[in-house]
Design a binder for this molecule. Structure first.
Ligand code: BMA
Length: 367
């Protein structure tokens, strides 16, 4: 990895010019990440896992551990982390991960060569006792510019920005990452979801969030747009889309098409094809930003459901990565772990040459 730090202004300039135009020697770490992920194409799919280095089903905060590594033999190629709680100045996130530890894991993951992505389930800036899932009041219209709680929302973003700015290596290099705010907006379970804001309000919120962090706070990162699976056409997919000028990763979260008893692998494939087709058209990165089967109730799930959803289609296999959700405890885990009855199947899935763990990804980058 090249470690060339450009000033914020030059970074913004390169960003607005499009990454492709910069030559390698002048590329920022974020531009380089974009280029690397874009070059994945149909060669492979990075395997990612939320909170992988922090805890697994049977352990927590034990140096070097990872349910992925202990099951499949290597770390994930992508690590997901969650910011919820940072906006209130909490020292632990909403899943009890200390932000100080998270920072260490992010830097470690980056130095290992992995891709880093952040989700964010913020508390409401209108009523900070309300979590992301308190969907009984309109929040979005009050926090966008002109809204009654816009200043309070900016203070929340200031805390997010301070954390992002602190993600620096010992040499002072900012670790590049993908920020994936306001996800699953097409569902009705979050206060930024389809029940409680209009597409226009949503787009204003999304744009303000990204532009404030970049333009006011001088941050540089890739941005992911990630609706849930409730679309069947490109037009529907783009209902909440804030614009090609601020989105880099064209994503989808999808648990619904993988539920035991009502699995719809082909439907999932069609949606991924819409995602990849739009990303290809706009020169962006396509990704399967979240999935998993809670408590992995199907021992063959990885090779018979998840894998085929993208590997069975040349177009859908153009996603750069797939990220599975966290392994919190024995009642809330979304991928395999050592000793679980799905472990052999998970090994077989990750042994497929198209599914890349960390070493596969690092080898690809060397080529
Ligand atoms: C959800 C669940 C919750 C968690 C939240 C944010 O899907 O895993 O337990 O608090 O994500 O990470």
């Amino acid at each position: 990895m090249k470690r060339i730090v450009l000033s914020g202004m030059i970074g913004i300039f390169l960003f607005s010019c499009g990454f492709q135009q910069a030559s390698d020697s002048e590329m920022s770490p974020v531009a380089e990440l974009y280029k690397q992920l874009k070059s994945v194409g149909t060669n492979g799919v990075l395997y990612g896992h939320q909170d992988d280095l922090a805890y697994g089903v049977t352990w927590a905060y034990e140096e070097g551990r990872s349910d992925t590594k202990e099951t499949a033999g290597d770390y994930p190629a992508l690590f997901g982390w969650e910011l919820g709680g940072i906006e209130l100045g909490h020292s632990l996130n909403l899943d009890s991960v200390p932000f100080n530890k998270m920072r260490e894991f992010v830097i470690k993951g980056h130095e290992m060569g992995a891709v880093i992505t952040f989700s964010w389930h913020p508390y409401s800036a209108v009523d900070t006792t309300k979590s992301s899932w308190d969907n009984d009041a309109r929040v979005v219209k009050h926090i966008i510019p002109g809204g009654s709680h816009h200043e309070a929302f900016k203070q929340q973003l200031d805390r997010v920005a301070a954390f992002f700015s602190s993600l620096k290596t010992n040499e002072g290099q900012q670790a590049p990452f993908i920020f994936r705010p306001w996800h699953e907006m097409d569902g009705g379970w979050f206060w930024w979801g389809s029940k409680l804001c209009t597409p226009q309000e949503f787009k204003t919120l999304f744009r303000f969030t990204v532009e404030y962090l970049k333009n006011e706070k001088g941050l540089d990162f890739l941005t992911a747009y990630s609706p849930d699976n409730r679309f069947s056409s490109e037009e529907e997919y783009l209902t909440w889309y804030p614009g090609d000028d601020i989105v880099d990763v064209i994503g989808m979260d999808n648990y619904g098409d993988f539920r035991k008893g009502s699995v719809k692998v082909e439907a999932a494939t069609k949606k991924l094809e819409i995602v990849v087709s739009y990303a290809n058209k706009t020169e962006k990165i396509a990704a399967f930003t979240e999935s998993g089967l809670n408590t992995v109730t199907d021992d063959k799930w990885f090779t018979e459901k998840l894998g085929p959803s993208f590997l069975n289609s040349e177009l859908a296999s153009g996603i750069a990565y797939v990220m599975l959700w966290r392994n919190a405890d024995s009642t809330h885990f979304f991928t395999s772990y050592p000793g679980h009855s799905s472990q052999e199947n998970f090994k077989a899935f990750t042994a497929n040459g198209k599914i890349w763990l960390l070493e596969d990804w690092n080898n690809f980058k060397k080529k």
